[in-house]
Write a protein that binds this ligand. Structure first.
Ligand SMILES: Cc1ncc(COP(=O)(O)O)c(C=O)c1O
Length: 410
């Protein structure tokens, strides 16, 4: 008996914490990759599973961090952030999304990445027994925290038949009565779908009708393709009255490890977040906030990244279609989400996307992420390592050749 056996809170499983034999998806992928490496040490893994940019932050941003890091005035606890960051974020929202933020110091607060913001927001809105409506498949952080604090979660499936948008009118009335917040994420991880302004208008109307707060996760909002313009939820009339939007520099500016993002929206909601945040962390290092300001002032960093992903999507989608996948270039994000094959001509069967993904790593050394929450789908990410256009072509060609040999059936 370990002293801590009966000390772990029920929200983490209490006495059963650490005893579950269930292995989580990303651990399974890690194990399959390790096994494939041992079985085929000479064949490099093609990693299409990564959820992070392959490029580092822009050198301008890195330079700003290195200059600011040593300045004595930046050494203090940053608490809820510096006003220069709030003003620059507001200007960024104007330049990138056409938004006019009335009062940046009340409508915007930074976060140590968008993940902690999404974790803290349920603490602002959810009482025990309240429901968070969330989309599946999806990024689970707000749902996890909702459950931690005694709330409940109601899943809205993202189906291809509805362009991977949730059917808000499908929520049963007894669920609606207890619903307090709705989590949305567009462009979406993992489906790559983008929201239309009609959908956002419907969501704002739904929020008004049922008294539900909207949390829009805009982590990928800046990454859009082929004429689809970045769309902020807050650009919809009335959205500021019912919602908040969470932005991140991780994907738009290749700054995942830097940990910087921000929330923008209704001043009362932002002030609730500021209160919880103030009791949780002491802010991101001012030098990182100043480097982020530099990034905000250089939208071309995002544009160059978009050009790269767009080029890679064209190659990837073409190759996947040739192999028999029903692949389409997404409107946003860096993910291509396709129905998983059902087996191989030789008789191997895949009952789930997870089974296919495991087979793909072990037999072709290609790593992807499977999703079985709303149909069996595979996510290919265009953030694979390739430091030239020529190498990008080679990676896709090699991926195609390896998969061709598997004789996949759909
Ligand atoms: C949909 C979505 N939201 C938020 C995040 C968190 O991003 P960060 O905490 O780096 O801002 C991620 C990261 O992968 C994500 O996929």
């Amino acid at each position: 008996m370990n002293f801590f056996d009966d000390k772990i809170a029920e929200r983490l499983g209490g006495i059963n914490f650490g005893k579950s034999t269930r292995i989580y998806k990303f651990e399974l992928i890690k194990r399959a990759k390790a096994a494939a490496k041992i079985a085929h040490p000479d064949i490099p893994i093609i990693d299409m599973g990564v959820g992070e940019p392959d490029w580092p932050a822009d050198s301008l941003v890195v330079q700003t961090l290195s200059q600011e890091a040593g300045k004595p005035e930046n050494r203090w606890y940053a608490d809820n952030g510096i006003p220069e960051f709030q003003l620059a974020a507001a200007q960024y929202l104007h330049n990138a999304y056409g938004l006019q933020i009335e009062n940046p110091t009340e409508n915007i607060i930074h976060g140590i990445g968008s993940k902690p913001i999404l974790a803290l927001l349920p603490i602002c809105f959810i009482n025990p027994g309240d429901i968070l409506l969330t989309t599946v498949p999806g990024y689970p952080v707000s749902a996890t925290y909702t459950k931690y604090i005694g709330g409940e979660v109601f899943n809205l499936p993202l189906l291809e038949s509805n362009s991977f948008l949730p059917d808000l009118e499908s929520v049963p009335s007894e669920i609606l009565k207890r619903s307090k917040a709705l989590y949305l994420n567009y462009p979406n991880n993992p489906t790559g779908a983008a929201a239309t302004s009609e959908f956002f208008k419907h969501a704002v109307d739904f929020a008004h009708r049922h008294g539900i707060v909207i949390i829009h996760d805009a982590a990928y909002s800046a990454l859009t393709y082929d004429g689809y313009k970045p769309l902020s939820f807050l650009s919809i009339d009335g959205a500021m009255d019912v919602g908040v939007e969470v932005h991140s520099l991780s994907k738009a500016f290749n700054m995942t490890g830097w940990r910087i993002g921000f929330i923008c929206g209704n001043s009362k909601a932002v002030s609730a977040y500021a209160t919880v945040k103030d009791n949780t962390d002491s802010g991101q290092f001012r030098a990182v906030q100043k480097a982020a300001i530099q990034a905000f002032n250089h939208l071309e960093i995002t544009q160059t990244t978009i050009d790269k992903y767009s080029r890679r999507f064209d190659l990837l989608v073409h190759a996947l279609c040739e192999l028999g996948f029903k692949a389409k270039k997404p409107k946003g994000s860096f993910y291509c989400y396709v129905p998983a094959p059902t087996g191989t001509e030789e008789g191997t069967q895949f009952k789930t996307a997870a089974e296919f993904s495991d087979y793909l790593i072990r037999s072709a050394l290609i790593s992807t992420v499977p999703w079985d929450d709303a149909g069996a789908f595979i996510r290919f990410s265009v953030t694979f390592e390739a430091d030239s256009i020529e190498k990008e072509r080679k990676v896709i060609e090699e991926m195609k050749n390896r998969m061709k040999k598997l004789n996949l059936k759909f």
